[in-house]
Design a protein around this ligand. Structure first.
Ligand code: HEC
Length: 142
């Protein structure tokens, strides 16, 4: 009898310990996932590089003017200032300063941010904009 009860108690303790370990493990996993979520919210520069090559490089490069202006030093500069590039009147006259926020607005809807501009492309997906800008911030650093 006594012996049996003891065995039961041990078995119960073991089950409890296992459940507890499982809860700890799953909490740890969700904390990890929350962190990786944060990292991607800040923008994934590697994915951004790929997207930049697919969506932007036909018209832009960091160092040279093409269909679109060269992008070196674009972060922190006023719109329409790449040397030697012929901008639309709208961009020339604009006082927008390029930051994460304004570049995000530009990529989402250039025409809404600066009416009369001549860039014929937008990036509707917020995550893709974040990734592209994370890449551009590094690649176009002055
Ligand atoms: C079809 C060609 C084309 C593509 C593709 C394109 N752009 Fe542009 N981009 C332009 C043109 C043209 C301008 C100049 C707009 C003006 O003068 O009104 C411009 C301007 C800009 C500016 C303003 C720069 C400045 O000097 O003020 C930024 C920033 C920009 N583009 C980023 C991007 C990014 C990032 C992508 C990819 C998601 C992209 N563009 C794709 C043609 C393009």
């Amino acid at each position: 009898m006594t012996c049996n009860a003891k065995t039961k108690a041990v078995a119960l303790t073991t089950t409890f310990a296992r459940t507890f370990a499982r809860i700890i493990a799953s909490t740890f996993a969700s904390v990890l996932m929350a962190f990786s979520g944060l990292a991607s919210a800040a923008g994934d520069a590697d994915r951004g590089k790929l997207l930049y090559q697919q969506r932007c490089a036909a018209c832009h490069s960091v160092d040279y003017n093409g269909v679109g202006p060269a992008q070196k030093g674009v972060f922190g500069s006023t719109a329409g200032k790449a040397p030697g590039y012929v901008y639309s009147d709208a961009l020339k006259a604009s006082t927008v300063v390029w930051s994460d926020k304004t570049l995000n607005q530009w990529l989402a809807d250039p025409q809404k941010l600066i009416p009369g501009q001549k860039m014929g492309l937008s990036v509707p997906d917020a995550k893709e904009r974040g990734d592209i800008l994370a890449y551009l911030k590094k690649a176009a650093a002055p």
